[in-house]
Design a binder for this molecule. Structure first.
Ligand code: AMP
Length: 234
């Protein structure tokens, strides 16, 4: 089946806001396929790249990330503005002139109302999507996900269980649950999200650009999200 492609008629500057594990990454990938003019920036990916490359910023951010805390606002703002600049979305000389055709999705940024206010001084965001899945549904998704690390094969005990519980189908080696997926870390991240996102969502509600979409799965959410973006920008 060929994917449907839609052209944007207006610049779309989109933010996805949602609890950890809600599927922001999945929705972003699908949006990039459907709307090829969009580019995406994930603050988590940028940070992980810095940690991997052991940059000074990566070294500073690592501990906060591992413990499920947010990294300081100033650090994340530097990271994002330099990414905007390197993509040609901001003139090198000034952060006040945005390329009018730049259309993008920000994933994971801004996370707090303070970050949102700072972002506004650089880039006018015009569509904020609040992705909602009940935490109990996300939790059962995370708890049932197992990985065979050497190959990257992923199993889900609800709908794609290994033939022998706890063992990889191909090699018979033990399966593990990703560190990142550990339930305690997730709970801590959810708590942080709930704590900081309230003010963030209120901020965008006041600006009149907040739109909420709810579903138990990414497949349930995507078609609603596509229609909303098409109504607004196509
Ligand atoms: P993510 O992949 O978006 O879940 O981000 C992974 C980790 O990077 C988070 O748990 C935070 O420690 C850090 N991080 C990502 N984006 C931000 C942000 N906008 N503000 C502060 N910390 C962030």
């Amino acid at each position: 089946m060929t994917a449907t492609i839609r052209q944007l008629k207006k610049a779309a500057r989109i933010i996805l806001v949602g609890a950890p594990g809600v599927g922001k990454g999945t929705q972003t990938e699908r949006l990039l396929t459907r709307f090829p003019e969009l580019a995406s920036i994930s603050s988590g990916d940028l940070l992980r790249e810095n940690v991997r490359n052991k940059t000074p910023l990566g070294l500073k951010a690592e501990a906060a990330m591992q413990s499920g805390n947010l990294v300081p606002d100033s650090m994340i703002l530097d990271l994002i503005s330099s990414e905007f600049k390197s993509r040609g979305w901001l003139s090198a000389a000034s952060t006040s002139s945005i390329n009018p055709s730049a259309s993008f999705i920000l994933d994971g940024f801004p996370r707090t109302a303070t970050q949102a206010s700072s972002l506004e001084t650089i880039v006018p965001v015009n569509f904020v999507v609040h992705l909602v899945t009940p935490p109990s549904v996300i939790l059962s998704r995370i708890a049932s996900r197992w990985v065979h690390e050497p190959s990257g094969r992923v199993y889900n005990t609800d709908f794609n269980a290994p033939k022998v519980p706890g063992k990889d189908d191909v090699t018979g080696e033990p399966l593990t649950q990703r560190d990142d997926d550990s339930i305690d870390t997730w709970k801590q991240r959810l708590h942080k999200f709930e704590e900081t996102s309230k003010a963030l969502l209120e901020h965008y509600q006041r600006k009149g650009c907040l739109w909420r979409v709810e579903g138990d799965t990414s497949d349930e959410i995507s078609p609603k999200l596509f229609s909303a973006i098409e109504r607004q920008f196509c």
